[in-house]
Design a binder for this molecule. Structure first.
Ligand code: FES
Ligand SMILES: [Fe+2]
Length: 423
């Protein structure tokens, strides 16, 4: 549980809030790169409670501007995208990728250029990597180094991002991504399904076979490593070793090679969150097929859960299916639909003072403490937590593996990673 002042400190991310100010100091995904065509329609992006448009200019560069035209606030979603800039359809003022007003044709010719230069335009730097447009919304003149995750170094063919949108605060999204104990229950039917078994093989039985894993943690400069160790299985133990890169990312445990998944929860506003599922493979192109546990998603990669329902229809929970053996009753919809239903069912910003935590919540508790420490230390020192050369993002891989009971999971993990970390 968390007292209500700490809950507010962690969850409120609007302009000027302590957490909002800290979170803006990180590069965050704004939209899929493929969504933006040169001279095509600008894309509305809402982040941290503020509205923007992203657009790809004639020369391919991506701009990220305030949605409201600096003149009289008409939406730049309606703007013409031409000649390396957005031209507002209301009075024809034009804005460049660099966030400058380059034309104000309603002004007298003699002063037009000077006037245009004086127009204040809010824009933020962008960077494309991993099939995504990323944006830096922080206060520094020079943006921080771009995070060199394994997946942000790969060609777009090797990365497949999908965005879910949930009606909850960002921390609820993050906490669901850290929670290793729930898979045995919430996702039981999916793990036991033909698709689940084809993806996880014997690991399905290992996850289903022990609902009370032992959690062990190693603190890291970027966050922490979380080992969920299942020991009540038979002649082998089973480790799911998650990598948590605070404040946003959870790398999902998978086999040492092959396609893997990283997730992140990015605040749209206090009560809405973009939850990204990003499939990637360092060695081969990916088509998202390792996301098939997502079941029949809506088909819209920018809002894959648009058909998930809401509280009014209990997220399409099917009681007959539950009587027939389905655990959650959210049928043929895959893990994220189940996750999202329980997350939304808590309310948009859960009151954490009403919780009663158990052993399985140690990871949640740890993440909250680290984020509270981080936001307080950032307020005091202006040093951005979880970053810097020690963080070594590039070599992060989250692994799942069975191993002999006589061995230690940390040693097994290290041996499995050796080739990768030296690469
Ligand atoms: S409102 Fe955009 S140019 Fe006038
Ligand atoms: Fe889940």
């Amino acid at each position: 549980m968390l007292n209500s002042a700490d809950n507010t400190l962690l969850t409120r991310i609007g302009p000027g809030t302590p957490m909002g100010t800290m979170l803006r100091e990180y590069w965050v995904p704004a939209c899929r790169s493929a969504k933006l065509e040169a001279d095509g329609a600008p894309e509305k992006v809402r982040l941290f409670g503020e509205n923007f448009v992203a657009f790809r200019a004639t020369d391919g560069r991506v701009g990220f501007l305030q949605e409201a035209c600096p003149h009289r606030c008409a939406s730049l979603r309606l703007a013409r995208n031409e000649g390396n800039g957005l031209r507002c359809i209301f009075h024809g003022w034009k804005f460049s990728v660099d966030g400058e007003c380059v034309d104000a044709p309603t002004e007298p010719r003699s002063q037009r250029e000077r006037f245009a230069q004086s127009v204040p335009v809010r824009s933020h730097p962008t960077h494309e990597a991993g099939g995504l447009v990323w944006v830096y919304m922080g206060a520094q003149e020079t943006p921080p180094p771009f995070p060199d995750f394994e997946f942000t170094q790969l060609p777009d063919t090797h990365v497949f991002p999908l965005r879910g949108i949930i009606k909850t605060n960002w921390l609820q999204g993050l906490e669901a991504l850290l929670d290793s104990a729930h898979v045995t229950f919430l996702h039981a039917t999916n793990l036991d399904s033909a698709v689940g078994r084809s993806l996880f093989l014997e690991e399905s039985d290992m996850m289903l076979g022990d609902g009370a894993p032992v959690f062990e943690f190693d603190e890291k400069p970027y966050g922490f490593t979380e080992g969920a160790i299942r020991t009540e299985l038979g002649d082998q133990d089973y480790a799911r070793v998650r990598e948590v890169v605070l404040p946003f990312f959870s790398f999902i445990p998978a086999a040492p090679t092959g396609a893997r998944i990283v997730c992140c929860s990015i605040p749209i506003d206090d009560e809405t969150t973009a939850q990204w599922y990003i499939s990637y493979d360092a060695d081969a192109p990916v088509d998202g097929s390792n996301l098939t546990l997502m079941g029949n998603w809506s088909g819209d990669p920018d809002h894959f859960n648009s058909d998930m329902g809401d509280e009014s229809n209990l997220w399409h929970q099917d009681r007959e299916a539950m009587k027939a053996g389905h655990w959650s009753g959210i049928v043929n919809r895959g893990n994220p639909y189940e996750d999202f239903a329980v997350q939304e069912s808590m309310g948009t910003i859960v009151d954490r003072s009403r919780e009663y935590l158990g052993t399985c919540d140690r990871v949640i508790y740890r993440a909250r403490r680290m984020l509270l420490d981080a936001v307080r230390s950032y307020e005091a020192t202006s040093t951005v937590p979880f970053t810097g050369p020690q963080a070594k993002l590039r070599t992060i891989r989250a692994l799942s593996f069975a191993y002999p009971k006589t061995e230690n999971w940390r040693d097994v993990r290290q041996a499995l990673l050796t080739g990768h970390e030296n690469a």
